[in-house]
Design a protein around this ligand. Structure first.
Ligand code: SAM
Length: 168
């Protein structure tokens, strides 16, 4: 399973986690003092959600995923959790909360890059409907919106992460 550079699955997992942690810490500082909620688009195993809870109190965190596969202590409150396809749950959350998010973390990548690229094309506009002007978006996959400006992440590592500032 090692890749062309001879890096094992464990190496790559560590690469990913290291960059994620640094990118999330940078995002926390980048929105400090500006009000607004946090979106976690991809609960997965709850690793980054748990980390967001430590980085962003007392902000509300709205959480999205197709499934809830986390233990009770990592399960968001019912009124902050949106279970189902992002295509349905993001519009539902937008209807309820409007433009509420200062920061969105979109961690939805799979091993199928073509699938992820297709998903990115419809996901970015849905996230955009929830972003406050001047908000920040961070993702494990490239996203694109005309009103989002790419931001160079001051994070070094062997994993690619992306950031954008929403026009203010
Ligand atoms: C990379 S994992 C998230 C990892 C998570 N942030 C963590 O730290 O444990 C991606 C997640 O996105 C979810 N996902 C991908 N596409 C989705 C979709 N269209 N609707 C809802 N959830 C989706 C998957 O179910 C998966 O749990």
């Amino acid at each position: 399973m090692a890749d062309v550079d001879g890096r094992s699955l464990l190496d790559r997992m560590i690469d990913r986690m290291t960059v994620q942690r640094a990118a999330l810490a940078w995002a926390r500082d980048a929105v400090a003092g500006l009000d607004g909620m946090v979106l976690e688009v991809g609960l997965g195993k709850g690793r980054t959600y748990d980390h967001l809870r430590t980085l962003f109190p007392p902000r509300d965190i709205l959480v999205f995923d197709m499934w809830v596969r986390v233990p009770p202590e990592l399960t968001p409150d019912e009124d902050r959790l949106f279970v189902g396809d992002f295509q349905a749950t993001l519009p539902a959350a937008a209807e309820r909360f409007g433009r509420c998010a200062r920061f969105a973390h979109a961690d939805f990548g799979s091993t199928d890059r073509d699938h992820d690229a297709g998903q990115a094309a419809w996901l970015a506009p849905l996230i955009d409907t929830m972003m406050l002007p001047g908000g920040l978006v961070l993702s494990d996959r490239a996203l694109d919106r005309p009103n989002w400006t790419p931001v160079e992440l001051p994070v070094t590592g062997r994993w690619t992460y992306h950031a954008w500032r929403v026009a203010g």
